[in-house]
Design a binder for this molecule. Structure first.
Ligand code: PEP
Ligand code: MG
Length: 581
């Protein structure tokens, strides 16, 4: 029977295909009783899994490079010790024998007991070790279930199946989305997630239609169900009839035709009707994306989210590996500027290779971005050296994420100076005039711009985090997604003040958050005086079309009126009026 689900649209387009459901390992554990004559076999299966994890941890330890931070080794030692403790290596075997349950179930029962014991401990440090226990348990579970992670099995299925496949998951991490980059799925839907979570951003950069916050989609949809995903309306039609399928095939065809027409604008300059030149740059996550950026007509990379190089791997990429990655982008961009943002790990962007022992209570407010880099000087210095070395091959700019304090910029500049002097001593080449900019994505930074324009060569507004921190809305949480409002007067005030403040100080300002790629916002940003936009390449030509049909001088007056308006409905009407083409 056909039915329709509604969620938050995060990436436009129409996808039609069969459903593939993804289940996380810990939810995938089956619970069953085993016959008496199979108990020994089950115990043996558990023993083999523990041994496999022991070997995995040992190999990981042995493969640590000399430059890897000492904590990594300590962390692996701790996990080996937890694994060797009889509470994990022996007790589950006793549970299997006594209760005759399968190995996975026995392990989960024992984990619950251990976690409860840790929670009783008064010492905060020791109490936190429960996360290490659960991580070790996850490893044993993976070994028990088999080598394939849910993403791996999705890929195996995509390869073996003919026709388009749509992924249906409870949640997908940004790291999972990286896997999508290599294996083309037609689209995806998730039960949770917000419109500017990094998972959603990646879907847009891949031009994959996507919907989040569908709540119970994974429970209601069955494997291989036919699905129509309308990523613009946020509608998912399950098991559609033939007439509906035909209607959406026609719609999809019309959208593809529109896209083809836009391609004619690829080489056109992004100049407004009254002659203002606008720079349209691209946001990328991996070196391979630079080609997509060029194909879309981007005249620079406005944001290289380097943290994606650190994902889906156990070890931090070495300085040389990073240098090669950055150099590749610089070479593809052939003299156009490449803005390389230093590692912005944390919040919804997790990477095993840089995981810390301490788990932040509120990750978005914790040790992420520049705070993380300053707390991990070796990683930061290695990355700065790699970026500087790449600057020898073209035009490179360094971008510091999430600045809030003047001393963060001062310290970062000291690290850059140190990296330069080290390279000089070693006879390694770099461009001496690499511009250093900062991201304005914390309200405190927008409100104390004077501190930063003195020290930095340029600014880039990260509207995703700026909105998150101004409105106290977790950008990845669908339960508060309806409050995530780019048109909130406070948000508009901070953006316009930053653009004006930069102009007054003679410091260029760009916008690189999702707002820069939203057509509804293009004219408003132009009216605020913005002349540098950076967005995912898939959106670039539509934004260019809007710019070349806009008059910046006229918009300035209209936007002044918007900024004086507080009533939300009136404000929305005025913004929509800007967009009447
Ligand atoms: C932003 O916050 O707007 C931004 C561009 O950075 P990220 O989305 O990677 O946090
Ligand atoms: Mg950000």
């Amino acid at each position: 029977m056909s039915f329709t689900l509604h969620g938050i649209p995060v990436s436009g387009g129409i996808a039609i295909g069969r459903a593939h459901l993804i289940t996380p390992v810990s939810l995938d554990v089956s619970h069953y009783l085993v016959e008496a004559d199979r108990v020994q076999g089950e115990i043996e299966r558990y023993r083999a899994a523990v041994q496999a994890v022991q070997e995995e941890l040992r190999t990981l330890h042995d493969s640590l490079s000399a430059s890897a931070p000492g904590e990594l080794g300590t962390f692996l030692d701790l996990h080996s010790m937890i694994l060797a403790d009889p509470m994990l290596s022996k007790e589950p075997k006793r549970i299997i024998e006594e209760r005759r349950c399968n190995a996975e179930w026995a392990l989960i029962q024992q984990m619950d007991v251990l976690v409860a014991q840790f929670e009783e401990i008064e010492d905060a440090y020791l109490r936190e070790r429960k996360h290490d226990v659960t991580q070790v348990v996850e490893r044993i579970l993976k070994a028990l279930i088999g080598a394939k992670s849910p993403m791996e099995s999705a890929l195996a299925k995509a390869e073996s199946q003919e026709g388009a496949m749509l992924v249906v998951a409870h949640d997908l991490s940004p790291a999972d989305m990286l896997v999508f980059k290599e294996h083309q799925f037609a689209g995806f839907v998730t039960d949770v997630g917000g419109p500017t979570s990094h998972t959603a951003i990646l879907a847009r950069s891949l031009a994959l239609p996507a919907i989040v916050a569908l709540h119970h989609a994974r429970e209601m949809i069955e494997e291989d169900d036919w699905l129509i995903l309308d990523g613009h309306a946020g509608v998912l039609i399950v098991a559609p009839d033939d007439a509906v399928l035909e209607e959406y095939r026609l719609k999809r065809g019309a959208l593809e035709l529109e896209k083809k027409k836009l391609k004619r604008l690829k080489h056109a300059a992004a100049t407004t009707l009254d002659g203002f030149e606008v720079e349209l740059h691209a946001n990328i996550e991996l070196p391979e994306d630079a080609k997509t950026a060029r194909d879309a007509g981007a005249t620079g990379i406005g944001l290289f989210r380097t943290e994606f190089l650190f994902m889906n791997r156990k070890e931090i990429p070495s300085e040389d590996e990073q240098y090669e990655a950055y150099r590749k982008v610089v070479e593809v961009m052939k003299g156009y500027p490449v803005t390389i943002r230093t590692l912005d790990i944390g919040a919804d962007k997790e990477a095993e290779s840089v995981q810390r022992e301490h788990t932040a209570l509120t990750p978005a407010l914790g040790l992420r971005a520049i705070r993380y880099c300053l707390a991990e000087p070796q990683i930061f210095l290695g990355q700065l050296r790699a970026i500087l070395r790449a600057s020898h091959h073209g035009k490179v700019k360094i971008l510091l994420p999430m600045i809030a304090h003047a001393h963060e910029v001062t310290q970062a500049l000291q690290f850059i100076a140190l990296a330069k002097s080290q390279l000089e001593e070693e006879g390694k080449r770099y461009a001496p005039d690499v511009a250093v900019g900062g991201m304005i994505e914390i309200p405190a930074a927008a409100l104390s711009l004077g501190l930063f324009v003195k020290k930095l060569d340029y600014l880039s507004i990260g509207t995703n985090d700026l909105i998150q921190y101004t409105l106290a809305i977790d950008r990845a949480d669908d339960e508060v997604a309806h409050l995530y409002d780019p048109l909130h007067p406070a948000v508009l005030y901070l953006i316009s003040q930053t653009i004006r403040g930069g102009a007054k100080a003679g410091v260029p300002v760009a916008v690189c958050g999702e707002m820069a790629g939203e057509l509804r916002m293009t004219r408003m940003l132009l009216g605020m005086g913005l002349k540098q936009f950076s967005m995912h390449p898939a959106q670039l030509l539509s934004v260019k079309q809007r710019i070349v049909t806009s008059n910046m001088t006229e918009l300035e007056e209209q936007v002044r009126r918007i900024l004086r308006t507080e009533d939300p409905e009136r404000l929305r009407d005025l913004v929509d009026a800007l967009n009447v083409v």
